[in-house]
Design a protein around this ligand. Sequence first.
Ligand SMILES: NC(=O)c1ccc[n+]([C@@H]2O[C@H](COP(=O)([O-])OP(=O)(O)OC[C@H]3O[C@@H](n4cnc5c(N)ncnc54)[C@H](O)[C@@H]3O)[C@@H](O)[C@H]2O)c1
Length: 311
Amino acid sequence: MHHVLVVGGCGFIGSHIVDSLLAQGHRVRVLDMRPEAFRPPLPGVDYVIGSFASEATLHEALQGVDAVVHTASITVPSTSNADPVADIQGNLVATVRMLRVMRQAGVRKLVFLSSGGTVYGIPTAEVVDESHPLAPISSYGIVKVAIEQYLHMEHRLHGLDYIALRLANPYGPRQGYNGIQGIIGNFLWKIAFGEPIEVWGDGSVVRDFIHVHDFAELCALAVKAPIIGCFNAGSGQGASVNEIVQAASQVANCRVRPIYKPGRSFDVPRVILDISRIKQAIGWAPRIPLIEGMRQSWDWIQEHQAIDNIA
Ligand SMILES: NC(=O)c1ccc[n+]([C@@H]2O[C@H](COP(=O)([O-])OP(=O)(O)OC[C@H]3O[C@@H](n4cnc5c(N)ncnc54)[C@H](O)[C@@H]3O)[C@@H](O)[C@H]2O)c1
């Protein structure tokens, strides 16, 4: 059993990682700036409310901990280019500072949530493996790559055991309404509220969608896995935005007619991740098929539609 600090553990993905860590028998502390949007605090979990950018808060949160899962981010791809300096300060500088505080506290294991959709830039391969060149076209992706490089440096110089998971496009219960990252949640919430769906571009953009339960299970396994480095984490399969629209119509049992808008410059046309490396290293594989996962999201939205505090 490990005592794990989940930084950003009240967010969409972080909250599922907390569940998986508890299910795998770990002790969990969460550091986040705010409580979870959809659930009360969990019994048995220790919550520290504050920022991981604060050294004092980190010292408190790291006490007695032997591993960290770092899920916090102050930006998403679509917001990061508006203020790259804030992106660098809030994500890169704060993470590099956290590495120093972890070293001082003797915490030598870190699982970091990187981004398979942005670190490679515009892929030159049908299916992208970890050896593909890193050429991000958003500040968000550049910062993720820079953090991965600092993790490598910290490993070489100070023995940090790190796993950077280059996450594809997660979806599932607790994905918030605002939808600035995550089209499946965004589309399903909009359908539930009777609002129109907007598609950037012609809907041919292809992404690799992974159910958040599958990814959270991987993170919890990664905490105790004796491996180091950067690993893709997706389903290994692609679906176009138009296919997601169709699947959304199917699970919501209604006809959806999206509004097509001009494409966005930071959206890469196609990313499907090769996940052989992590499968082989950890013996993990995603299990939830897309349509079944979307049905779970839809059912969850039906149960939570009335909640005022939609993230
Ligand atoms: N959602 C996606 O599509 C996606 C895809 C690839 C990678 N990622 C990465 O996964 C991670 C989690 O994403 P998510 O979708 O769960 O985001 P989220 O916004 O739902 O969760 C992030 C959490 O971090 C917290 N946080 C932000 N800044 C903080 C700070 N300074 N100190 C403490 N807590 C802070 C937020 O309050 C929030 O609860 C991020 O690193 C993101 O870049 C997400």
